[in-house]
Design a protein around this ligand. Structure first.
Ligand code: GLP
Length: 263
């Protein structure tokens, strides 16, 4: 596992975007696994800036998103699909039919989850999975539980997760869907490489679980310790709970450029 501790959010976002650009340079037709959330926002700003600067070409890329709320249609701006359209897809040159999403607004969610697993398998699997992490250690919407699910599935969201996702619902937790569809742990862990990005002190315990300590279904992010190609990119606040040895054995690298601004 590689650990990169950055001074600022912009530096972390640029470092992450740089890994995506490197991936696209090595394999222009990469399958990118993508997250939503505040952390992702900074990364997508960086990617859009690099695309506008002619340094990131998505014309052959396929994207698969981690999760979606149950009961929201794709055109609902509060859906994860809506988030992705606004923050990334409409600003880059990924072909519309290369964007793959879970549809949370279907009657048969079990069938939808199976369809999504097949889409990923037919694409040959995920080359690079970008991940955020919930404060409670969830990845995608794989919530802490006694048992974790391997494959894409329907999940009941915890109250703290609904609270953390209330932003697009004008802060009204009661409006946040109670359920979601999410890639499973194996869907995520089968990605060829994974980049976990976490910013801010509220993520410090989750980051510590990602990097070391007990692997437990209480902290789904801890399973990343088993993956052979994980990069963890954090700011100083999110690194606060890391064992000293980790922080010291992974000297901070500075991003060579600042985050390009969205026009
Ligand atoms: C949601 C998403 C996760 C994401 C998490 C963190 O719960 N399902 O995939 O990692 O939010 O979001 P944020 O970056 O806003 O803290």
């Amino acid at each position: 596992m590689k650990l990169q501790i950055c001074d600022t959010v912009n530096e972390a976002a640029m470092a992450t975007a740089a890994l995506v650009v490197e991936q696209l340079r090595n394999k222009p037709a990469s399958v990118l696994g993508l997250p939503t959330g505040q952390t992702a926002l900074a990364i997508y700003d960086a990617l859009v800036g690099l695309h506008r600067a002619g340094r990131a070409d998505f014309s052959q890329v396929h994207t698969v998103n981690l999760d979606e709320f149950v009961g929201l249609c794709a055109t609902d701006p509060r859906s994860f699909r809506g988030f992705m359209e606004q923050q990334l897809f409409r600003h880059i040159n990924v072909p519309a039919d290369h964007v793959h999403f879970l549809d949370g607004d279907v009657r048969d969610t079990e069938r939808e989850c199976a369809r999504f697993e097949k889409v990923i398998a037919d694409l040959g699997g995920i080359d690079l999975q970008l991940l955020g992490v919930g404060r409670n250690g969830h990845i995608g919407f794989n919530e802490p539980a006694r048992d974790l699910q391997l494959h894409t599935h329907r999940v009941r969201l915890r109250l703290e997760t609904r609270r953390d996702n209330a932003g697009p619902f004008e802060g009204r937790v009661s409006d946040v869907p109670r359920e979601a569809l999410s890639m499973g742990m194996a869907t995520i862990l089968q990605a060829a490489s994974i980049v976990l990005v976490a910013l801010g002190s509220s993520k410090a315990p989750a980051v510590a679980s990602a990097v070391s300590g007990r692997i437990s279904t209480d902290k789904p992010v801890s399973f990343l310790q088993l993956h052979p190609r994980v990069t963890v990119i954090v700011d100083r606040a999110a690194a606060a709970n890391l064992p000293r040895a980790h922080a010291e054995s992974n000297p901070r690298r500075h991003a060579s450029e600042s985050l390009p601004r969205r026009k």
